[in-house]
Design a protein around this ligand. Structure first.
Ligand code: ATP
Ligand code: MG
Length: 334
């Protein structure tokens, strides 16, 4: 058996991927795929939990997300890319876990609580949406993952997963499920280009990995800086200044960014120069991904082939875990 650390992460195919995914998770996945056993799940079932009436939105975005993965440097010969809805063990494990999690517990999950308000669900909250952390626990544990590279919005999901692992294992004659740890990147919560909420597909405040030059230019131009930094000679605020948040997240030269921050804070550095520096850096980061992606998205057959091959491999792994759980629960394996 390989001693490599097993990683599971995923994305909801609710739209093409953006810089938040890149900073919060994708970058780490690319770095880790050489040394770890990595699975990346296209979470179409989870995507449907808040898009129940618009399933085409989810199915249409599956190839989009796949093209983004490849463009960002996920290598299918090193990483197993698979589709949630083609892995029945995930849904079955969810059914078992639902019996050991209380409604009170899912209602207390701070990310879900926040999303319910943000999406204005009230009494029309889909049951599946409330339960998605349980299904996510099934995803992580089915692969026996011990590390999950995610943004900080996912911390409550990891906590809940570990509670389920503990409870489930205690019901089995010997432990089957693994505990897991979140692996947070340095930018574990990238704000949107509007500077307000987390950059998120559902909020329309994104800069996509496929953004064209003009869109990048306009996005940087529209960013708020420090509202009190009126004259170039005024001392400026760096904290909460979205241009510096992005420079921190994406500029390859950390020393230069540190110098710019010091200069801005003591006064004498204009917003224009900071924005120009950011724009150049984002144009250089995004252009090669955009170009690779444009080629990949032409070949949907190739993309779906990768997904099929990965899902076949993932099917074996997840069915194994399901069988161990069923056996542990004393159920006959027919
Ligand atoms: P949706 O709006 O449909 O929920 P999303 O943009 O939030 O989409 P997800 O598919 O939910 O994207 O998230 C996939 C992964 O990317 C998760 O690990 C999440 O933590 C990470 N991620 C998403 N947005 C950000 C962000 N702005 N900063 C850091 N990490 C992020
Ligand atoms: Mg999300």
């Amino acid at each position: 058996m390989s001693m490599k650390t097993t990683i599971l992460t995923g994305d909801r195919p609710t739209g093409p991927l953006h810089l938040g995914h890149f900073a919060g998770s994708l970058r780490q996945r690319v770095a880790l795929q050489n040394d770890c056993q990595q699975y990346v799940l296209v979470a179409d079932l989870q995507g449907m939990t808040d898009n129940g009436s618009d399933p085409q939105k989810i199915s249409n975005n599956i190839p989009e997300v796949l093209a983004d993965y490849l463009a960002a440097g996920i290598d299918p010969s090193l990483t197993t890319i698979c589709l949630q809805s083609s892995l029945p063990a995930l849904a079955e494990l969810t059914m078992f876990y639902m019996n050991i999690v209380t409604v009170a517990r899912v209602e207390r999950n701070p990310t879900v609580k926040h999303e319910i308000v943000q999406k204005g669900f009230a009494r029309s909250l889909p049951v599946g949406f409330l339960a998605y952390p349980i299904s996510q626990a099934a995803d992580i544990t089915a692969f026996k993952a011990s590390m999950v590279p995610v943004g900080s919005d996912q911390l409550p999901m990891i906590e809940q997963t570990n509670e389920i692992v503990h409870k489930m294992n205690s019901l089995l004659p010997e432990p089957v499920l693994n505990h897991c740890k979140a692996l947070l990147s340095e930018t574990s919560r990238l704000p949107g280009i509007d500077g307000n909420a987390k950059m998120s597909k559902s909020l329309g405040n994104t800069l996509l990995l496929s953004a064209d030059e003009e869109t990048i230019h306009r996005a940087v131009n529209s960013m708020y800086t420090d509202a009190n930094h009126l004259k170039v000679s005024d001392p400026g605020q760096v904290k909460g200044n979205i241009v510096f948040t992005y420079l921190d997240a994406f500029h390859p030269n950390k020393t230069l960014v540190a110098e710019m921050k010091a200069h801005y804070q003591r006064g004498g550095l204009g917003d224009r120069i900071c924005k120009n520096e950011l724009e150049v850096c984002l144009q250089e980061l995004i252009a090669p991904m955009r170009e690779r992606r444009a080629t990949y998205i032409q070949d949907k057959g190739m993309l779906m082939g990768i997904l099929k091959k990965g899902s076949e491999r993932a099917h074996e792994v997840t069915q194994n875990t399901l069988r161990e759980v069923k056996q542990g629960l004393g159920l006959p394996i027919l």
